[in-house]
Write a protein that binds this ligand. Structure first.
Ligand code: GLU
Length: 426
């Protein structure tokens, strides 16, 4: 599995506070009553599990795992699992709430969740990784399930890990249960198009937002930060639509070419490189991550990690449009600076929602036991992405706010209305 080193986070803000700042603004505009506000602020469930593993050298090592369910209001909880050495419960709490807003804004019948294991996958063998995954899954048996909480891939987790989760769960419930997890390999009931869906969604909303700004794809340039599943696919699909991708990056730094980077070539380079990075790629001149974000361009797509656009570099950003491929790449304190500069920001909860939308399709197909073609998946994905983007755009216009706040207003309003009508049990 290709390990993605966390991009440097020089100005890390507490992610839960960052999320809450946006939520608070939406709550204020919607004049949410205090009780509903408190309900939505508090995760429904937070678990910390201990994961003892016998390592390959025979020694026992104990890892820590988390699963946070923010809300069940709209349906079973949904959200990825990330493996990272520096992950915290606060980060998982923020990411779980983000999933609630994301599903609500996309009109997908799921609540929000997120899980994590504090570990460094680079330092683990495949056997150790499998043991961690299976023990983590076994610890969560009472929480996850096709009607309760459905995990998926996130940072440093992949189809193989989803397959182990599906198998462990299936062994315990004594039947093959495909719908317990999404982002699985095709052969196990994964959906065609799921792997590319986040990047495809980024491409779809980028083109939709460019239309609003009257930017012509063939005359526009883009910079993409991050060359994992999201960044590389977004770059490839945008290049196919005529945009000139003038810079890309990964953990090894940025690569700039004002004539345009050959994205196909870069993807092949990474695939052939045993390190699975862009190190040594000669299709562009080497630049730093900081320089990359501040390049002169039409579209900037941060698709690496959180807290990349901060109050410190926001004043230097020159893009006309930012499309957030990653979760939380812009800190709350950078929001007003970008707004002031007139930069249109398509927020993460819409921009990168192609992944969870295709996960929803995968879950539906697994439950039906009937599978769609890639064309059907892509066509339905496009319809949902465009409709969510237009709804967010109209809401932002109606309230005279940014797209981010528009998205939060839509999402929080939907979840609050659902809570009210369901009523409080107890
Ligand atoms: N981890 C992805 C996200 O943050 C996908 C979640 C899912 O498919 O459930 O949206």
């Amino acid at each position: 599995m290709a390990y993605q080193e966390p991009a440097p986070i020089p100005d890390k803000e507490n992610p839960f506070e960052s999320m809450m700042k946006r939520f608070d603004k939406a709550a204020e505009i919607l004049q949410l009553e205090q009780g509903v506000y408190d309900f939505l602020k508090t995760p429904a469930l937070q678990v910390i599990v201990s994961i003892p593993i016998q390592m390959d050298d025979g020694k026992i090592k104990v890892f820590e795992g988390y699963r946070v369910i923010h809300s069940y209001a709209l349906g079973p909880a949904k959200g990825g699992i990330r493996y990272a050495p520096d992950v915290t419960l606060d980060e998982v709490k923020a990411l779980a709430a983000w999933m609630t807003w994301k599903c609500a804004v996309m009109d997908i019948p799921f609540g929000g969740a997120k899980g994590a294991v504090k570990c460094d996958p680079r330092k683990l063998t495949k056997v150790e990784l499998e043991k961690i995954t299976r023990r983590y899954t076994a610890n969560l048996l009472d929480i996850i399930g096709p009607d309760k909480d459905i995990p998926a891939p996130d940072l440093n987790t992949d189809e193989q890990i989803m397959a182990w989760i599906m198998d462990t769960y299936s062994m315990h419930v004594r039947r093959t249960e495909r719908a317990v997890v999404t982002g699985k390999p095709l052969i196990l009931g994964g959906s065609p198009g799921r792997r590319e869906a986040t990047g495809r969604g980024v491409m779809i909303v980028t083109l939709a937002a460019m239309e609003k700004l009257k930017l012509k794809p063939k005359k526009s340039t883009a910079v993409v930060q991050g060359f994992g599943n999201v960044g590389s696919v977004s770059a490839k699909l945008l290049a196919e639509r005529g945009l000139k991708i003038i810079a890309i990056s990964d953990i090894t730094g940025g690569y700039y070419n004002k004539k345009g980077i050959d994205i196909e070539k870069a993807i092949q380079y990474v695939q052939k490189n045993p390190e699975r990075t862009l190190e040594g790629f000669d299709g562009g001149e080497k630049i730093t991550n900081k320089e990359l974000l501040e390049l002169e361009c039409d579209v900037l797509i941060p698709a690496a990690r959180e807290d990349q656009i901060t109050k410190n570099n926001a004043p230097n950003i020159k893009a006309k449009l930012i499309v957030e491929g990653a979760n939380g790449p812009t800190t709350a304190s950078a929001d007003p600076i970008l707004e002031e500069k007139g930069i249109l920001v398509v927020p993460d909860i819409v921009a990168n929602a192609g992944g969870v939308t295709a996960s929803y399709f995968e879950w539906v197909q697994d439950r039906m036991g009937y599978y769609w073609t890639a064309e059907m998946v892509n066509e339905r994905l496009e319809r949902i992405m465009i409709s969510a983007f237009e709804n967010v755009y109209d809401t932002a216009k109606k309230y005279g706010v940014s797209l981010r706040l528009g998205a939060y207003i839509l999402a929080v309003d939907k979840v609050a209305k659902t809570l009210k009508i369901r009523g409080i049990y107890g």
